[in-house]
Design a protein around this ligand. Structure first.
Ligand code: F0G
Length: 465
């Protein structure tokens, strides 16, 4: 049964010979460690059902002598792969030939040093950085992963793609599917998706199926649908997608003058980012391209706090890959018994069964990480604060700054440490939350419009007051 569900096609890919030696897929379970060719399209280990990694034969890849050598690619930006903020680091995600690589100019994102926000938080004004992934073509960090997943989909000759989504994955999938001619189907939970995001996938021609359930229900259904119909799954269970998301870390290092910050802070939903970020640092360290590993903070919303509960309350750890499954099973059984459905205004991270949980535990282990959960009130306040200091973002992204406040107050992060927060999605993704916060004066940073009569004297009087 398991084998049928997770193994949905395998064929030899023409032109694969060149990359075949450089990368392969490998089960993360230390008792399994099964290996598979990159020409196979899998999203779980066909032998044990655990997660798969992409592993590289580094000796067969021509790598730069030092990480700053990637800067040379800026001079050759007329080459589409050098222009891409993902593929200009292509040696570090060398799983397919250049002819299959799909790019729509993703990863042109900025690391903004935000001294105003740093001062407001009482930290050294030189040390706070915001990595704004909202600048991607579909407005979220997902494009980093989607360019990688669709390159692999093209390599294996996929004709149709699908995902479950809280919105951003669907927008990104629909954009990339459109640009490489694949069909795409989006599974969303009814009432669980911000309209800005849904408008994108509809506009890009995605086939949208609304399920009477939440994201976790959609995630479960889409896996079975993909297995039975031979559709290419682009959720972050897909190990190729996470390879693209590693580059967010490469760009942070690049924009810090090839230095590694003390802290990376990211929101936690399905835990693909945190998984990819840890893998990025594991590989850079193994290759001797960095000396220092940053600490990682993953921030949940209190209404969707599986990771926080399991790590902080239940003591779940990576434990060299021997993760105590009984703790996870008991936690999920309890959620089911309570008929629990997660709930947060940060709909992007409204997830209670994160598929990349184990890989995230590995990242936390490698990066000496911490996790915590923040309330919706803290999220919307932090969002308005970020906005007032010059960069908008969607609610899930603001969980980073809300979490940072706790970590500073608890003395986990020192005021002189260098901190890079990943703002995962654009402000316009979820305008409803923003408008309601300001208009209904929901928090201390609300900035509602002031009403005045259509009269010049009245307007002048109001402006002088
Ligand atoms: N931030 C934003 C803006 C997101 O859209 C998501 C996930 C996350 C954070 C969480 O990232 O899963 O890597 O921990 N959105 C998915 C979606 C689930 O379907 O768009 P993660």
């Amino acid at each position: 049964m398991l084998l049928d569900l997770v193994f949905y096609w395998f064929f030899e890919v023409p032109g694969m010979a060149g990359v075949k030696d450089t990368a392969f897929q490998k089960c993360i379970n230390p008792d399994c460690k099964a290996e598979f060719d990159c020409g196979q399209s899998l999203f779980k280990c066909p032998q044990c059902g655990d997660l798969l990694d992409i592993v590289y034969n580094w000796g067969k890849i021509e790598l730069p002598a030092k990480i700053s050598d990637f800067a040379d690619r800026w001079a050759t930006r007329d080459n589409r792969l050098d222009f891409s903020g993902v593929w200009r680091f292509r040696e570090l995600l060398s799983f397919c030939g250049d002819e299959y690589k799909v790019s729509i100019g993703e990863g042109q994102t900025i690391l903004q040093q935000n001294s105003g926000l740093a001062r407001a938080l009482g930290i050294n004004p030189d040390r706070l950085f915001l990595q704004y992934e909202g600048l991607n073509p579909s407005g979220s960090f997902k494009d980093n992963g989607m360019t990688a997943a669709f390159s692999h989909a093209t390599m294996v000759g996929a004709k149709s793609s699908a995902c479950a989504s809280t919105g951003n994955t669907s927008a990104s999938m629909a954009l990339y599917a459109h640009s490489c001619g694949l069909k795409c189907t989006v599974f969303i939970g009814s009432g669980r998706i911000a309209f800005g995001k849904l408008s994108q996938s509809m506009d890009y021609g995605g086939h949208t199926i609304q399920i009477a359930g939440d994201f976790d229900d959609c995630m479960r259904q889409v896996q079975d649908v993909c297995s039975q119909l031979g559709i290419y799954l682009v959720n972050s269970l897909n190990p190729f997608r996470l390879e693209g998301q590693k580059t967010i870390m490469f760009r942070i290092i690049e924009q810090m003058g090839w230095q590694v910050p003390d802290w990376i802070i990211a929101p936690g939903g399905n835990l693909g980012n945190s998984s990819a970020f840890g893998k990025a640092f594991m590989e850079l360290k193994e290759l001797g391209l960095i000396n220092k590993v940053p600490r990682l903070a993953v921030i949940n919303a209190t209404g969707a706090s599986t990771l926080t509960d399991l790590v902080n309350d239940k003591g779940l750890r990576w434990n060299d890959g021997k993760v105590d499954q009984s703790i996870i099973d008991a936690y999920y059984a309890d959620l089911t018994a309570k008929n629990f459905s997660p709930s947060t205004c940060a709909s992007a991270i409204e997830i209670s069964r994160p598929v990349n949980l184990k890989k995230c535990l590995r990242s936390l282990d490698f990066c000496n990480g911490v996790v915590l959960a923040v309330t919706d009130e803290e999220i919307v306040d932090a969002k308005a604060q970020i906005g007032s200091h010059g960069l908008g973002c969607e609610p899930a992204s603001a969980a980073t700054i809300a979490g940072l406040k706790h970590l500073l107050a608890d003395g986990v992060i020192e005021r002189d440490e260098t901190i890079a927060c990943v703002l995962t999605g654009h402000q316009l993704k979820d305008p409803d939350v923003t408008v309601n916060y300001h208009k209904d004066k929901q928090g201390q940073f609300s900035n509602p419009p002031v009403e005045v009569a259509n009269d010049l004297d009245e307007i002048i009087r109001m402006m002088r007051s």
